[in-house]
Design a protein around this ligand. Structure first.
Ligand code: G3P
Ligand code: MG
Length: 252
């Protein structure tokens, strides 16, 4: 597919300049001019999408426990900001719905990474796809796909569930290392793009993916020189933690 999306995205909302996957991160990204983000969605115990990367507490949220064993009403009371800096104390774990609505209100385009807690691949893929479709129903019906989020996941089971629940919301296969059977997997999932770790990409593979008609997106590119190199290989877009070094117009 021709790449119809922004080419530089703020990873987890605001890269390394704000607590990841929070509204504060989105505000930070906006302050640097970013209107395109990647973020991670996981389901709570009661099956509600929240914006979290780790299945377990301890790193961005204090204490012990896990997202899949905690109700959404308790998750949103957790402090996802103070680990990063005292000025972010009290920054909550966002609900998927409020996070997406904030992005919509600010015209921020979204790459939504479906991040199932272990064992919850199908439910998470289905939930995210259905909710995304419902929130972008007008754009989906109008075929305005540049305005619709792109779903991605390392979990092919989650992507299959997303495909079945909302076939008209675009999907991307997300791989650390692109496997030999990437064509078969992408075809089965009716994916529009391959997302991969730039560290394992080669110019030959980049060429093959693009020649096969897929978009090609890399994570997480923090060195401007490396960003230039992969863009030269034909990479369509990437996300970065260094929104201070690599701006939204870097690839223009
Ligand atoms: O979606 C790209 C990237 O975010 C994948 O890795 O661990 O940062 O979610 P991770
Ligand atoms: Mg991610």
């Amino acid at each position: 597919m021709p790449w119809i999306y922004p080419r530089v995205l703020a990873h987890r909302g605001g890269g390394k300049l704000a607590p990841e996957n929070t509204i504060a991160a989105l505000r930070c990204g906006l302050a640097y001019g970013f209107r395109a983000v990647e973020f991670d969605v996981m389901l709570s115990k009661d099956g509600v999408g929240v914006i979290m990367h780790d299945p377990e507490f301890g790193r961005t949220v204090a204490g012990q426990g896990s997202v899949a064993r905690t109700a959404a009403s308790d998750l949103v009371r957790k402090d996802a900001g103070s680990w990063f800096g005292a000025e972010f104390t009290g920054e909550p774990v966002p609900l998927f719905t409020e996070f997406v609505d904030y992005c919509r209100s600010q015209r921020i385009w979204m790459n939504i990474e479906i991040k199932p807690a272990p064992g919850f691949d199908d439910e998470t893929g289905r939930w995210v796809a259905q909710k995304t479709r419902a929130r972008f129903i007008e754009e989906v019906r109008a075929g305005d796909l540049a305005a619709v989020p792109l779903l991605s996941s390392f979990s092919m089971a989650a992507l299959a569930a997303a495909r079945d629940a909302a076939p008209d919301v675009p999907r991307a296969c997300l791989f650390d290392t692109v496997p030999a059977d990437w064509r078969e997997q992408a075809q089965a999932l009716q994916a529009v793009a391959i997302h991969t770790n730039h560290k394992h990409l080669t110019p030959e593979l980049a060429r093959d993916i693009r020649q096969a008609g897929y978009g090609l997106f890399c994570y997480t590119v923090n060195d401007p020189e490396r960003a230039r190199t992969i863009l030269d290989w034909g990479v369509d877009g990437f996300c970065t933690d260094r929104i201070d070094l690599i701006g939204p117009g870097f690839a223009d």
